[in-house]
Design a protein around this ligand. Structure first.
Ligand code: SF4
Length: 185
């Protein structure tokens, strides 16, 4: 269930359904804590620094029960940064397999959200949604866009999904047009 929000009038309702679904999953499967495994799939390190920031005592994500673990086999959630480079793709597939079900992915940054400026590069898969759908992998994914998103935005996204805060804005989907093919001289 790879959730990509449309720009329809129902997009806000779509988010409400997603958030409700995620809350239900958390209550059922992750009653006390969310154990997360962090994977860099070609990120520039900007998003990784913000993810680590969230886990420092200053932002203290552990107060919400969010803990970083060293093995995907112990994790409930995979945090992914980066546009999924061709080199990291096979490792990401193995990583997703290694996490026990039920599992979900939180994609942090514009790179996994839509590929960012590498969305059509030969060297990347152009974002997580495309990578998963090309392989028929059906896992819930939640996106925290930004380049990089601030630690507050990452925390807000997780807290929103956990039902600790309310959503204040409706989603908006932006699409970058492909460049026209070059004319040969
Ligand atoms: S979204 Fe921006 S900061 Fe994050 S990995 Fe991509 S380029 Fe770096």
């Amino acid at each position: 269930m790879n959730r990509v929000l449309g720009d329809s009038a129902n997009a806000y309702d779509e988010v409400k359904v997603m958030v409700g679904w995620f809350r239900g999953l958390c209550e059922k499967a992750f009653k006390r804590a969310l154990w997360v495994f962090h994977a860099n799939t070609g990120a520039c390190n900007g998003c990784d620094i913000e993810v680590i920031n969230v886990l420092t005592p200053y932002y203290d994500a552990e107060r919400f029960g969010i803990r970083l673990v060293g093995s995907p086999r112990h994790a409930d959630v995979i945090i992914i940064t980066g546009p999924i480079t061709r080199q990291s793709g096979p490792a990401l597939e193995r990583l997703i397999e290694a996490v026990p079900s039920p599992k979900l992915i939180i994609a942090v940054g514009s790179c996994p959200t839509g590929g960012n400026i590498w969305f059509d590069s030969y060297a990347t898969h152009g974002g997580l949604a495309k990578f998963l759908s090309d392989r028929g992998i059906d896992i819930p994914v939640f996106y925290v866009p930004g380049c990089p998103p601030r630690p507050e935005a990452i925390l807000y996204g997780v807290a929103l999904a956990l039902g600790l805060v309310d959503k204040k804005v409706a989603p908006k989907r932006l699409k970058q047009e492909l460049l026209p093919p070059r004319k040969s001289s």
